[in-house]
Write a protein that binds this ligand. Structure first.
Ligand SMILES: [Zn+2]
Length: 625
């Protein structure tokens, strides 16, 4: 619900904009997200009431009326992960004091049957419903968890709601009783029948999990694109933001993805934006939950990075929330859901998230090329690219992408980074193969048309659709870029758009004139300098420097954090230095031959000799005409 006093309308002078009334908006029937597009079931709802009697303690008190279906045993479960974040988070660890009562108020037995399951036994005559009560501790400020304090609550479905473990689709009603001083709640959920404030109905558990809720006193800013209402919902101090500008920029992003996909897949969309001390985002079918630094708009670089996040999460409304790998639905909420295609779901979204910015005229073509170069630099300077194929990076997301350690850089690759690079190459490949007539945009639209239903796409279906649009076989392309650890070849893509890698940086930069060790270090606060990571194949790696080593001296000179970098800067590539390191309370001398800093070899720039045709292709790609 959006009470009128909290709804600030900003008039945007966009050709596609029109004002939409709040009443008309709320009267809109919700379009069910993908997971909910099953036949409607007549199953009885679970009805939750959420209270916050002492919000400063971080607790949510949950009361749920759970239908028994006439069975003596009622099994409840809590999800152990949430879609979009592929990691077992064990949400059940924050659940406390689960109790159950029958209709007559009698306490029922509650037995824990798994880490995330509870079984309630009701003696005959079995009541139609049991009342389950529990507490959830909610103090994790991330987009996939809960937060409650005295001023507001950020609630996600997976870490909040126990549900029946019977797998039957049924409505889930949620009513929030707000503490004094809190004014409202905002969520993409539809109002429950009856239209009482702060009372919502999810047609099924998937939708409940997919619909975060903000409660407190958020400020709600509406903008309309092509007749469809969008809301920026700020929870927290927004005083450092230029709101009209922010909304105009968000509107440009929304318009751009509307233009590419040619439709909005939802009746209305919410950007739920928690202004706090960190940044992140999680996609949902009809909303995204963003976490934004309060001062994120202070520099252009930070602001552009935020716009890129907005663009990325919003693009997911199509790519992954509705066009998805076959394995990502229906979800098993109690264990890992493996797919080899997160490089499409996340990597392509990452590519488009950035590409949307020059297309929406929010950054220049050269600023975009800098972002692309940063992506390729990150990929090409990571030894793990030669170890883990892209499809395996996706498959192992549960144990690697979300569990990085000091050696991840050597052993793994991010499906965001490399997936985005592969999307760039594939886009260029399709354009080249079709003489510029088609692009990855066309291929994504065709994939959406075919596979955005409840089933999803298989690997071969998605790849086949890409090849069909390209009009040529892409078997070799995918085999190399996705299934192998072979180096990517950028020559063809750069040539198509009239681009090149920047010529070597000058030596005073981090270029080739500077000595290079290939180990990261940090001070431990007591004057000791510790090695925190060693790059495979780098001089430190070859010399036997290990993570955890304390670097005590270079030659006979004692080193301290900060001074080591200075010492290195005074050396030249090829210099031989002797490192004294302490390792497990013994000292060891290591001879290191310093290398040359790799420099930013992968920065992308326009080729000065680009032909008019190449320049036109670049302009078409970035929509700079
Ligand atoms: Zn994403």
């Amino acid at each position: 619900m959006l009470p009128k006093p909290l709804l600030f309308r900003h008039r945007l002078r966009l050709a596609t904009c029109s004002a939409a009334g709040l009443a008309a908006l709320l009267a809109l029937a919700a379009v069910a997200p993908l997971a909910a597009q099953k036949p409607a079931q007549a199953a009885e709802p679970i009805a939750y009431t959420l209270r916050f009697p002492a919000p400063s303690t971080g607790y949510i008190e949950v009361e749920a009326a759970v239908p028994t279906g006439g069975r003596a045993a009622t099994e409840l479960m809590m999800a152990v992960w949430t879609p979009g974040s592929y990691f077992i988070r064990e949400y059940e660890r924050h659940v406390e004091a689960v109790t159950a009562q029958g209709a007559d108020g009698r306490q029922l037995s509650v037995e824990k049957t798994r880490k995330n399951r509870w079984r309630i036994q009701a003696p005959a005559p079995v009541p139609r419903a049991v009342t389950v009560r529990y507490r959830v501790y909610a103090r994790e400020m991330t987009v996939r968890n809960n937060w409650v304090d005295d001023s507001f609550a950020m609630l996600n479905g997976a870490p909040t709601f126990l549900t029946l473990a019977d797998g039957v689709a049924r409505p889930h009603d949620v009513r929030l009783i707000l503490p004094d001083g809190w004014k409202t709640t905002v969520t993409a959920l539809s109002p429950a029948p009856g239209g009482a404030p702060n009372h919502y109905r999810a047609p099924d558990y998937d939708t409940l999990v997919d619909s975060p809720i903000i409660a407190g006193a958020p400020s709600v800013h509406e903008f309309t694109v092509d007749g469809t209402a969008h809301f920026l919902v700020n929870a927290g101090d927004e005083s450092l933001w230029d709101l009209p500008r922010t909304m105009a920029d968000m509107s440009a992003i929304v318009s751009e993805w509307r233009r590419m996909w040619r439709f909005f897949p939802y009746p209305r969309y919410f950007f739920l934006n928690v202004l706090t001390g960190s940044g992140d985002g999680l996609e949902h079918a009809n909303s995204s939950l963003l976490m934004t630094m309060r001062n994120q708009a202070r520099t252009r670089r930070d602001y552009v990075s935020w716009l890129s996040l907005v663009s990325h999460e919003f693009f997911h409304a199509w790519n992954v929330k509705r066009l998805r790998p076959i394995e990502l639905g229906p979800f098993d909420y109690e264990s890992e859901n493996y797919t080899r295609n997160l490089w499409i779901a996340e990597g392509f979204t990452d590519y488009y998230g950035e590409l949307g910015l020059p297309r929406a005229k929010l950054i220049t073509a050269d600023e975009y090329l800098a972002l692309l170069g940063e992506r390729l630099q990150a990929l090409q300077s990571r030894p793990g690219r030669l170890v883990q194929p892209l499809q395996l990076s996706s498959y192992d997301a549960w144990i690697k992408e979300y569990r990085p350690d000091e050696n991840s850089v050597n052993s793994a690759i991010s499906y965001y980074t490399k997936g985005g690079a592969v999307a760039f190459l594939l886009d260029a490949r399709i354009r080249r193969a079709t003489g510029g007539a088609r692009s990855l945009d066309d291929a994504m639209r065709l994939a959406y048309k075919r596979y955005s239903g409840p089933r999803g796409y298989t690997t071969s279906e998605f790849r086949g659709t890409m090849a069909e649009v390209a009009g040529v076989s892409l078997d070799d392309f995918f085999a190399r870029a996705v299934d192998s650890t072979g180096e990517l070849d950028y020559a063809e893509a750069l040539d198509w758009f009239g681009l090149r890698f920047r010529q070597e940086a000058p030596p005073q930069d981090d270029g080739p004139g500077r000595a290079y060790l290939g180990a990261s270090t940090r001070g431990d606060g007591t004057g000791r300098m510790l090695v925190t990571g060693v790059l495979r194949g780098a001089p430190a790696w070859e010399a036997g420097v290990s993570t955890g080593d304390e670097i005590v001296a270079v030659g006979d000179d004692r080193v301290r954090p900060g001074l080591f970098e200075e010492r290195l800067a005074a050396s030249r590539p090829g210099d031989r230095i002797s490192l004294l390191v302490a390792r497990r309370d013994r000292v060891v001398r290591l001879d290191v031959v310093l290398g040359a800093a790799p420099g930013r070899r992968w920065a992308v720039e326009r080729h000065p000799d680009a032909t008019a045709e190449q320049q036109a292709r670049l302009a078409a790609w970035l929509r700079q005409q």
